[in-house]
Design a protein around this ligand. Structure first.
Ligand SMILES: [Zn+2]
Length: 119
């Protein structure tokens, strides 16, 4: 991978990281703000609860992506970025442009998602 590609992917990763941090702090504020709302009827409370659960799920999956982004940024510093953690082959640049925090090449990713297809 050339330096120009690496620099642009790094930029995307940092941008994504900021986006996630903003989104997560907003979601957390949303949860805390709820404690101040006056008690509504039961249907309102139920729908508020399911919204809260959605926030938690969102934050949990965002945290995983954020971890992967942080890992990718560390790897860039160590000059180890772009290698598959499964087979150590280089991950295709086309794939990294779509998912800059990808840890696995397409083959390893597919195998981990569909273990039954493994031959
Ligand atoms: Zn692989």
């Amino acid at each position: 991978m050339n330096k120009k590609d690496l620099a642009s992917l790094k930029k995307i990763l940092i941008q994504k990281k900021m986006d996630f941090l903003n989104k997560m702090s907003k979601a957390q504020r949303g949860i805390y703000d709820d404690s101040n709302t006056s008690v509504g009827d039961e249907i309102d409370t139920a729908s508020q609860n399911s919204e809260k659960e959605m926030y938690f799920e969102l934050v949990a999956s965002d945290k995983m992506t954020l971890d992967a982004i942080n890992d990718a940024l560390v790897k860039i510093e160590k000059n180890a970025y772009g290698k598959c953690e499964g087979c150590s082959n280089n991950i295709l640049l086309e794939r990294l442009k779509v998912i800059p925090w990808a840890k696995y090449c397409i083959q390893c990713q597919e195998e981990s998602e569909n273990p039954k297809n493994k031959k």
